[in-house]
Design a protein around this ligand. Structure first.
Ligand SMILES: NC(=O)c1ccc[n+]([C@@H]2O[C@H](COP(=O)([O-])OP(=O)(O)OC[C@H]3O[C@@H](n4cnc5c(N)ncnc54)[C@H](OP(=O)(O)O)[C@@H]3O)[C@@H](O)[C@H]2O)c1
Length: 252
């Protein structure tokens, strides 16, 4: 779908690169000639992912993400060590299904930590000297839950809505340097996270969940293509927006 030298000579930080959407995006970026600094928590899973990508020079960056200050320092260090970044895709995040009556500070910290606070830290680093090249791009993972409600999703939805809100202001702040900032609101995509959410559910419940998407469940490659589109030259006039890649979930 994309030329194998589309991103040649460019460097990308991909969080959540050891699994699911981050891993698929990193693989496609590598297939387009980009160098990937791939981040995850589990070193073995991360190494296994990196070994499967094409090209050379990819780097495993083992890091727990959940705090804006620590994430900003970490991203700055990475850029100092490996050179400035052309793009960042922040896919690290976790699922959280819990009714509000059972949601404590710990659950809000969990939902906001990797998805929002880490995103804010990455953005802060990107605004500092030498971390991003002018004309680069940032893409943050969001979800249809950022704009559509569902039982048990209050904390998760709030964290994704926060990402989408932040993206609009970041776009304004970074535009003078030609840096674009966008989010992707994904519907249900078949990743390890999706497997954890659906495991144990009755088949008719899973079928109903699939058919709430006009085109059924998505595949990780569906999100990866959107990431490369937004990070690459085709996205040059797109900033401050949330692209729904949701198989028609939100249009109903
Ligand atoms: N799949 C979907 O249907 C879907 C839909 C909408 C939005 N999303 C969002 O997309 C993102 C990725 O989802 P996915 O389906 O790809 O999930 P996944 O398969 O579970 O992968 C999650 C990735 O994030 C990393 N990660 C999780 N928590 C982290 C933390 N605290 N610090 C650092 N890394 C962390 C994991 O690293 P380890 O491997 O080391 O644990 C893994 O690489 C999430 O934010 C999710 O909410 C997913």
């Amino acid at each position: 779908m994309f030329k194998n030298d589309l991103l040649a000579g460019q460097r990308f930080l991909i969080t959540g690169a050891s699994s699911g959407l981050g891993r698929a995006a990193a693989e496609l970026i590598a297939a387009c000639g980009g160098q990937v600094l791939g981040a995850g928590r589990n070193a073995e899973r991360l190494q296994a992912a990196i070994a499967s990508w094409s090209g050379t020079g990819h780097v495993a960056c083992v890091q727990e993400l959940g705090n804006a200050d620590a994430t900003a320092d970490w991203a700055k260090d990475l850029a100092q060590q490996h050179g400035p970044l052309n793009g960042i895709f922040h896919a690290a995040g976790t699922e959280l299904l819990r009714p509000i009556r059972m949601s404590k500070q710990a659950q809000f910290d969990e939902a906001f930590g990797s998805a929002f606070f880490a995103a804010a830290g990455l953005a802060r680093a990107a605004g500092q000297k030498g971390v991003m090249v002018d004309g680069g791009a940032l893409v943050f993972m969001s979800s249809v839950a950022g704009s559509a409600g569902k039982v048990g999703m209050a904390a998760y939805s709030a964290s994704r809505a926060a990402v989408e809100g932040m993206v609009r202001s970041l776009a304004c702040e970074f535009a003078p340097r030609g840096i674009r900032v966008n989010a992707i609101a994904a519907g249900a995509v078949q990743t390890p996270m999706h497997d954890r959410i659906t495991q144990g559910a009755a088949q008719e419940v899973v079928d109903a969940y699939a058919s709430s998407h006009l085109l059924g469940f998505g595949e990780p490659g569906d999100i990866a293509s959107a990431v490369v589109y937004l990070l690459g030259p085709a996205g040059r006039w797109i900033t401050g927006t949330t692209m729904a890649v949701d198989g028609g979930y939100l249009c109903k």
